[in-house]
Design a protein around this ligand. Structure first.
Ligand SMILES: *Cc1c(COP(=O)(O)O)cnc(C)c1O
Length: 367
């Protein structure tokens, strides 16, 4: 049995005809950049997230950069974020000339530890950038409290978390703006790169609409120095079809996660926590071993179950961030998780047999 960590071919199978038909219409139209499919998707994603506005952009990374740019993050500013995430989160901050200020994670949620944010606030702090890692919402109530008290903006990194819920709210609806990624491997993925910013703030919305399109809303009149970061009609056409399935896919992921949580009980592994009142969307199902996970992932890979670490190096130890001056030991929980955490397949199309096989192999390793 070979079970890859992600398998887009299985997701495509039942959508093949519908997507092919849509693509062939869009190709005949020969209208590629922005367009009707993009506008329909913006409306649908805004409504799905419970926010007023959405802007389709070139990628999740661009969505972060444009959101930070729109709230005025620039040189000499600081933005507080987690040390344990995909590089793009902090890259977006640094790309604007601002300084990423890292905070360690909560050892049970793997998200930014809200109790450690306050001590990092300085007169240069402009915003907090929490990440809803693996599909679990960061603990937003205390984060929003701190932000309010100190007059900071909050930008949510929702790249891994479309459809996740924090108490009664969908992710993307809690901060001043939020960034989504439609990278193919994300829970809602297109056929290339794509992303979206959502916001309830009209000023931010209007600014990002300009920024994504060379600072222009009238051809050859440029009010801002902008970017070329526009979602295209073909990507949006694919996403409009997939978005209709997203709820069913998330439910299947949650059911698969529940299966593994139950099947792996009693092993020396920490299963993903689902705090009361939250809906985890299980972009990734990540287990934490009580030591380095390399031996168990090697074993699983040998038996056809693809398993791997997300992420093997926390951001404060990445070469590209050496200039920030952090060192090993600065964020012990992030460092521990980078060695001990490992993801196993959790996608909706897993069969019962595959799930049993995965659980069986993990149990065998610990026997
Ligand atoms: C994927 C991802 C991004 C970047 O999205 P792209 O569409 O690949 O640019 C940003 N943050 C996190 C947490 C991600 O997982």
């Amino acid at each position: 049995m070979q079970i890859p960590i992600i398998d887009l071919k299985r997701q495509f199978e039942p959508l093949r005809n519908e997507i092919r038909e849509k693509l062939s219409t869009l190709i005949e139209d020969q209208a590629f950049v922005l367009g009707g499919e993009v506008e329909a998707l913006e409306e649908a994603v805004a409504s799905y997230c419970g926010v007023k506005y959405a802007i389709g952009v070139g990628s999740g990374t661009d969505a972060l950069i444009l959101a930070l740019d729109a709230i005025g993050v620039g040189r000499s500013d600081e933005v507080i974020t987690t040390a344990f995430t995909f590089v793009a989160t902090a890259e977006a901050i640094a790309r604007l000339g601002a300084r990423p200020v890292f905070v360690d994670i909560d050892p049970r949620t793997y998200n930014i530890n809200p109790e450690m944010i306050k001590e990092k606030i300085t007169c240069k702090t402009k915003a907090i950038l929490p990440v809803h890692l693996y599909g679990l919402a960061a603990d937003m109530d205390p984060i929003l409290d701190i932000a309010k008290k100190h007059g900071l903006n909050v930008i949510e990194d929702c790249a891994q978390a479309i459809g996740s819920e924090y108490k009664t709210r969908r992710v993307g609806s809690m901060g001043d703006a939020a960034a989504f990624s439609f990278y193919p491997g994300k829970n809602l993925g297109c056929f290339g790169d794509g992303g979206m910013v959502v916001t309830g703030n009209k000023k931010i919305y209007e600014k990002i609409k300009l920024l994504r399109n060379h600072g222009s809303d009238k051809k050859y009149y440029h009010t801002l120095i902008g970017y070329n970061s526009r979602l295209d009609n073909i990507q949006a056409g694919v996403l409009n079809i997939k978005l209709k399935r997203l709820e069913a896919w998330i439910k299947a992921r949650i059911a698969n996660a529940a299966f593994f949580n139950e099947a792996l009980k009693g092993l020396p592994l920490e299963a993903p926590l689902i705090p009361e009142g939250l809906r985890h969307s299980f972009h990734l199902y990540v287990l934490k071993a009580d030591g380095p996970s390399a031996a168990v992932t090697d074993f699983l890979n040998k038996f056809g179950v693809e398993a791997r670490s997300y992420y093997p190096i926390p951001l404060h130890l990445q070469e590209c961030f050496a200039f920030l001056g952090y060192k090993a030991g600065d964020f012990p929980e992030a460092e521990n998780m980078s060695g001990a955490g490992f993801a196993i397949p959790v996608y909706p199309e897993l069969t019962e047999n595959e799930k049993l096989h995965i659980a069986q192999k993990i149990k065998e390793f610990f026997k």
